[in-house]
Design a protein around this ligand. Structure first.
Ligand code: ASP
Ligand code: MG
Length: 410
């Protein structure tokens, strides 16, 4: 008998038919003697619709009311799934986040989980019920409803799995696992049987939508075995787990591409202490994430600073830069939207010299110019022209022969 936490995202519970099918699967699984805790998201695009509604009423809705509203999406799903289970003769109970013991801080719309008290869930499980929990929500010390930020149901599921010491946390989604690269970009993309927490964290931070980075972080911290798999088939997906032995550390496990970027440059700023701090503090205070920062010396006593931001943040970033450029004495502000980032991720990279060089060579062979390079222990990212991203994806995927299997260390 296993204790299994499952999570179904919005597309998996998009309509009643899908909810019925999930109920049937759960019924079978429970019959086999498993204890089941099921976390669900709001149906389909419900959360988007709710966001739109409240912003139609106000440009600046009260944070508390926003969370009050958004949390309703998941409550619809839990009531329906529990009812579908009951109608199959399976004992089930739906619990909101607070009822399930989710205590969070008070930062509405982006709350962090402070503690989970799994007492109620355990009680319900011991009575033979399937426990259906609303994802993405909790309550603070005062009992105010909070939400964990968009995509937060993944985090609910992994955190519950940790608190319950579940055998596995299964994330059911609309893809069949984690691939070496987006299969829409490269045809011979291959599904990975497993990937390390660190690699998955990089992929998630690079925008792989399959799992929320915070959920992966949770998994890593509490060593939760996470199984990412398709809601629409029985096939095995990808296990996210700890990888410590060198044999399981590959040079490259996956490639991520991001075309939703803009490159910014501040040309000719004085080479003085405090300049970068001033610029990036302003940007950070506006809640804008910055990536791939490069500072280079152009002339003596003068620097250029380059970085990338998400394209949606371009207007805000430009207005901040125009604002600070006088204060810091910059000569020119420049931006370019015709850029894309390609990154390779591999836990074994650190033990395998030449991986970065192989990537650069692959790009050079196709005459793809690299504008910015950035590396971490398990990642190399290159900024290139956007119209070259598909070619880059193909050629880098081929170079590391990811269509055939991951390469061991060199
Ligand atoms: N329903 C929420 C959202 O759409 C949470 C989730 O789906 O994970 O962001
Ligand atoms: Mg989701």
């Amino acid at each position: 008998m296993a204790l299994i936490v499952q999570k179904y995202g919005g597309t998996s519970v998009a309509d009643l038919d899908k909810i019925r099918k999930i109920a049937q699967k759960l019924a079978l699984l429970q019959k086999k003697g498993n204890q089941l805790v099921v976390v669900v998201s709001a149906m389909g695009k419900t959360t988007d619709a709710l966001v739109e509604m409240i912003y139609d009423l106000s440009d600046n809705p009260p944070e508390r009311e926003l969370d009050m509203l958004l949390s309703t999406g998941e409550q619809v799903s839990i009531a329906l799934l529990s009812t579908a289970l009951e109608s199959l003769g399976v004992k089930a109970v739906s619990l909101t986040g607070p009822q399930a013991g989710m205590l969070t801080d008070s930062k509405h719309s982006r709350s962090k989980i402070l503690n989970i008290d799994p007492k109620r869930i355990m009680e319900e499980l011991s009575q033979g019920k399937v426990v259906v929990v609303a994802g993405f929500q909790g309550a603070d010390q005062k009992g105010e409803i909070t939400t964990l930020g968009r995509g937060g149901s993944d985090t609910t599921a992994v955190a519950l799995a940790a608190a319950l010491k579940a055998d596995v946390c299964e994330i059911y989604t609309d893809v069949s696992g984690i691939f070496t690269i987006d299969p829409n970009m490269v045809k011979n993309a291959r599904k990975l049987s497993f990937i390390s927490y660190d690699e998955m964290l990089e992929l998630a931070n690079l925008g792989a939508k399959v799992m929320h980075p915070r959920a992966v972080e949770y998994g890593k911290r509490y060593k939760v075995k996470i199984h990412v798999r398709s809601s629409f088939s029985e096939e095995e997906g990808t296990i996210i787990r700890e990888v410590t032995s060198l044999e399981e550390k590959f040079m490259v496990s996956g490639i991520a591409c991001d075309v939703n970027l803009a490159k910014m440059a501040i040309i000719g700023v004085p080479d003085q202490p405090g300049i970068a701090a001033q610029i990036f503090t302003r940007i950070a205070n506006a809640g804008i994430n910055v990536d791939l920062i490069v500072q280079s010396i152009r002339k003596e006593q003068e620097n250029d600073i380059l970085f990338t931001v998400n394209k949606d943040d371009l207007p805000k970033t430009l207005s901040i830069l125009n604002d600070v450029s006088d204060q810091i004495g910059a000569k020119e502000i420049y931006h370019d939207e015709n850029v894309a980032k390609i990154s390779i991720i591999g836990a074994g990279m650190a033990n395998s010299p030449g991986v970065a060089a192989a990537m650069f060579k692959a790009l050079a062979d196709k005459e793809i110019n690299i504008e910015i390079i950035s590396t971490s222990e398990i990642k190399v990212s290159c900024l290139i022209k956007k119209d070259k991203i598909n070619l880059a994806a193909e050629t880098v995927h081929d170079t590391f022969m990811l269509g055939e299997g991951r390469l061991p260390l060199m």
